[in-house]
Design a protein around this ligand. Sequence first.
Ligand SMILES: Cc1cc2nc3c(=O)[nH]c(=O)nc-3n(C[C@H](O)[C@H](O)[C@H](O)COP(=O)(O)O)c2cc1C
Length: 344
Amino acid sequence: MQIYKKVFRPLLFRFSPEHAQAAADFFLKQSFFKSALSHYFDYFNPRLAVSAGNVTYPSPVGVAAGYDKNCRFIDGLLSLGFGYVVAGTVTVQPRAGNPSPRLLRLPSREAIINALGFPGKGLKSAKDYLQDAQMRQRGSGKPIIVSVSGLKIQEFVDCQKTLQPFVDGVELNISSPNTEGIRTFQDPYNFEALILALNESRIKPLLVKMPPYFDELGKERILRLVSIAAKEGVDGITVANTHPIKETKLAVGHGGLSGKPLLWKTLEMIKEIRLEVGKGMAVHACGGIFTCEDAIEAIRAGANTVQLLTGLIYEGPSVAKNISLGLIKYMDQKGIKTVQDLAK
Ligand SMILES: Cc1cc2nc3c(=O)[nH]c(=O)nc-3n(C[C@H](O)[C@H](O)[C@H](O)COP(=O)(O)O)c2cc1C
């Protein structure tokens, strides 16, 4: 939809990123707009359905964690043709996040740097919104996954126990580069203790969102976590979170890079992680997915689904439908029946 890139995006980009997001959120919340959005942007085709990691997705195109931190816009996002949404990241206590400026656009690179640091209304508020969303989405077949995080194992367990009745899966965020302390769970010993604790109370699929890696040592470290996850029966891995970067324009002096520059690295990690886990586990590609070509490459590299956040901001509300239509066209050209066959 060129009108978004020609008219609405330039208008939104005149505002600060957080004000622009607030404006977009306003529309996603209104029920009148939700049905209009659904009319224009929702798209369903049974050939796009994917079953992976004990979750069935009507389409392999999802919204990544962080767009809807407080779980308030799930219906609006799903009305844009996404097959699933990862809401959150939710923490037990409300958090103010890092000081501003904490979000920066890089339009020439179609990227964003964020140093938000988990601003959010906390677990109690998320539970109320997820409970409502679950009731409204009942029968839609579109999974709602919630991303949770914390500094202690008990905080993850509290989030999991409280929220899992209302969602189709719980994704652990141990990988935000913007929050002091959570990287302690990237230590293999602490990671295994976390998964074992969550397995005790687990009634819904468990996913882990990994950080990216940039050298052989980093790769070894992350593949070790992936193999612990596989051993302990984790259902899915999301690859990956933002890339840590120094940025003096942000108040904290550093943040996480997202968007187009991430794609090549996402594809490389998907191949390596798929090789490590074999076929049994779900692998979700996240980082730099903007187009149908990106999605095809990620699925061919070994991903079951793709998730995006920055692509939604740069490509606009038609991004999921465009990817879905592109996938169908590509499968028609190649004589491929379903998106699951695309990966073979
Ligand atoms: C503004 C912003 C906020 C984010 N917040 C979260 C978050 O709360 N939890 C999380 O797991 N990832 C978060 N992310 C990371 C995204 O989920 C995703 O991993 C990353 O942006 C790469 O995907 P993309 O290139 O499609 O944006 C955030 C990213 C951005 C840009």
